[in-house]
Design a protein around this ligand. Structure first.
Ligand code: PGA
Length: 257
């Protein structure tokens, strides 16, 4: 039985005041949900992490960041390290999001280094993998997933892989309003789990949580979550409002598998 995990990726949205308001609203609406049964995570921009951490302290909502650097400290202008994320109270960090791969030169090699840095400091990496529209249309979806999983997760031990969450995010479904059908999500996520069976073993593959991401909304969360290999969601646009994200989290928590 894998614990449901819903994460909101706020991307480059929300001033500090707006972030506090959103976090307060979510805390108020979601307090009844049992943190033993569902992980609820919000990932604000770096600038709002400290204030949001204060709002959600002692609540059932956990804090995540959207990126990380692999060194603990150094002359890396503009970067933020695992130590710094821990310092502000982060428990999770998104790594290898397609927007970082697409616009900021993120590669499997940098993803791999970032995962190792996060694990070294007990941050849970949410590792994003997924194909572009062109790759899907040219029949390369599984090849891309092979590449992201084999190279992104290179040399991660049996113990460490269990501390990782994977997010399958087909790039063509991100921010486009085009959700993958639940069958497409399941097909890709089953493929990822089967890859993990080969690289690790059945027990490990059965324990690893795989989220779906890409235009998740209240209207599609139940069907997505009903798929055997969909253990949660990474939500972008629909995580920016109290009502809509609350609805997604609540509906996800109601799906019984
Ligand atoms: P979206 O973004 O929900 O706005 O499609 C998902 C993501 O980028 O993680």
């Amino acid at each position: 039985m894998r614990k449901t995990i819903i994460a909101g990726n706020w991307k480059m949205y929300k001033t500090i005041a707006e972030a506090i308001e959103l976090a307060n609203g979510l805390k108020r609406e979601l307090f009844k949900l049992n943190s033993q049964e569902i992980d609820i995570i919000i990932c604000p921009a770096f600038t709002a992490l400290t204030e949001v951490a204060e709002v959600i302290v002692d609540s059932n909502i956990q804090l995540g960041a959207q990126d990380i650097h692999w060194e603990d400290e150094g002359a890396f202008t503009g970067e933020v390290s695992a130590l710094m994320l821990k310092d502000v109270g982060c428990k999770f960090v998104i790594i290898g999001h397609s927007e970082r791969r697409q616009y900021f030169g993120e590669t499997n090699e940098s993803v791999n280094k970032k995962i190792k840095a996060a694990l070294k400091h007990n941050l849970t990496p949410i590792v994003c993998v997924g194909e572009t529209l062109q790759e899907r249309e040219s029949g390369e979806t599984f090849k891309v997933l092979d590449d992201h999983i084999h190279n992104g997760l290179k040399d991660i031990s049996d113990t460490d892989i269990l501390k990782i969450v994977i997010a399958y995010e087909p790039v063509w479904a991100i921010g486009t309003g085009k959700t993958a059908t639940s069958q497409q999500a399941e097909e890709a996520q089953k493929y990822i789990r089967d890859l993990l069976r080969k690289v690790y073993n059945n027990d490990i593959a059965d324990l690893i949580r795989i989220q779906y991401g890409g235009s998740v909304k209240p209207e599609n969360i139940t069907e997505l979550m009903s798929q055997p290999d969909v253990d949660g969601a990474l939500v972008g646009g629909a995580s920016l409002g109290v009502e809509i994200f609350t609805e997604i989290v609540k509906r996800a928590s109601e799906v019984v598998k």
